[in-house]
Design a protein around this ligand. Structure first.
Ligand SMILES: Cc1cc2nc3c(=O)[nH]c(=O)nc-3n(C[C@H](O)[C@H](O)[C@H](O)COP(=O)(O)OP(=O)(O)OC[C@H]3O[C@@H](n4cnc5c(N)ncnc54)[C@H](O)[C@@H]3O)c2cc1C
Length: 371
């Protein structure tokens, strides 16, 4: 299949990496993004060695690592605040770090620039009102009244994917898992040189993002999924940390700006049925949104992008490419979603606690496999 005309709906992590991957194969790529400001919130994410490998496959590694903080260990702290282990993390390539922490904004800007530089067009504040697949091409009517014709459409529009409900109205809906995450940025002291993970009744972590920047995440049970008004969010986060161990306590007083607290109820979805219909395919959170307990959600979206571009390049029809894409991605993404949710449910007392070290070990073994 040569010269495919591709529309990507959603310019997030999955959409942008798909744009880069598809442009590298010589396909024409148009993107639309609902958010006119094209904004992401200002905390960070953790990515593992498989993401470093995928970024290398996308030829994005240099700029990516320049924007990130790499580390090769995870430190585990007991609820007393004592460091009980400094565990080396598996690398897939000795030249590069095993893990990175990266600011979402920095990653977003880097991927956005990379997609544009690769030749993708991106229109902001636009959605697809109607998608009509006649078997030969897909006609799309956009929210600004314009129209387009494409060989394939990729729904990379996240956990609440409208593309998913357009092609599969009966697909499952995202579910709240009973837990939420609170996040806040801090100035990073020099001795925080890797992920610090605190065990206890609530999960707490410190993640370096740059030489002088880190963020804290705090996972808390939130029965009934309460709404927290923006005003008072800093006070609410401090209250969640009332019993924080030493090593965390010293940061609690710095949580003062309501606008800088990023609060997120955790949701999951895994589409067991097909991820594609005709000439339309779904990737990333649109089909496999996970809780962040293994730090792999964005990694799965990025790997999707690499695999989808490969199958479109090598297969002889769109149908075969989409089927091959799903076959290569299904079990791996299912493992990540199910294992992450099992850790979460163990923390909530809904099932016996997961052995987190074992789960992480297995995750590294699974994600080390070729994609
Ligand atoms: C609290 C939390 C912490 C996380 N931490 C990590 C981590 O440490 N490591 C990790 O790897 N992953 C992490 N993740 C997961 C990660 O954020 C997601 O898996 C990843 O963002 C999925 O990428 P995506 O492109 O599929 O979706 P998104 O990044 O959500 O992008 C979707 C894009 O589509 C746009 N859009 C939505 N609807 C439409 C529409 N109708 N038309 C056009 N555009 C539309 C959105 O505005 C957005 O730009 C975390 C997730 C959460 C919730």
């Amino acid at each position: 299949m040569k010269d495919l005309r591709v529309l990507i709906i959603g310019a997030g992590i999955g959409g942008l990496t798909s744009a880069v991957a598809l442009r590298r194969k010589g396909f024409q790529v148009d993107m639309i993004e609902k958010d006119p400001e094209w904004n992401v919130y200002g905390v960070g994410i953790i990515q593992q060695a498989n993401v470093v490998r995928a970024m290398a496959q996308l030829d994005l590694l240099e700029g990516y690592l320049d924007s990130a903080f790499g580390f090769d260990f995870v430190e585990v702290f007991a609820p007393t605040g004592q460091c009980v282990a400094r565990v080396p993390v598996q690398k897939l390539d000795d030249r590069y770090p095993a893990n990175v922490g990266i600011s979402r904004r920095t990653l977003h800007e880097f991927l956005g620039e990379s997609a544009k530089k690769a030749g993708a067009t991106i229109r902001l504040g636009i959605t697809a009102d109607a998608i009509h697949d006649d078997g030969n091409e897909v006609s799309v009517r956009f929210s600004d009244g314009s129209e387009g014709a494409y060989d394939i459409v990729i729904g990379a529009d996240g956990v609440y994917s409208k593309t998913r409900s357009q092609i599969f109205p009966d697909a499952p809906k995202p579910q709240f898992v009973g837990q939420s995450v609170w996040r806040y940025n801090f100035e990073k002291p020099a001795d925080v040189d890797c992920l610090r993970s605190y065990e206890g009744s609530i999960g707490i972590g410190l993640v370096p993002l740059a030489d002088t920047l880190m963020y804290m995440f705090v996972t808390t049970p939130e029965p009934g999924n309460p709404r927290y008004p923006r005003e008072g969010l800093a006070q609410a986060m401090r209250a969640k940390l009332a019993d924080a161990p030493p090593g965390i306590r010293e940061y609690v007083g710095q949580i003062t700006d309501d606008d800088e607290v990023v609060y997120k109820p955790l949701e999951r979805i895994f589409v067991e049925g097909r991820w594609h219909k005709g000439r339309v395919v779904l990737i990333g959170d649109a089909v496999h949104a996970t809780t962040p307990h293994l730090g792999q959600g964005a990694g799965m979206a990025i790997e999707d992008s690499v695999v989808l571009a490969e199958t479109l390049e090598h297969e002889t029809s769109v149908e075969k490419a989409f089927a091959a894409f799903q076959a290569r991605r299904f079990e791996r993404c299912k493992f990540i979603v199910e294992t992450s949710v099992a850790i979460c449910e163990g923390q909530l007392g809904l099932r016996p606690p997961a052995n987190q070290a074992e789960a992480m070990h297995k995750m590294f073994a699974v994600t080390a496999q070729p994609i």
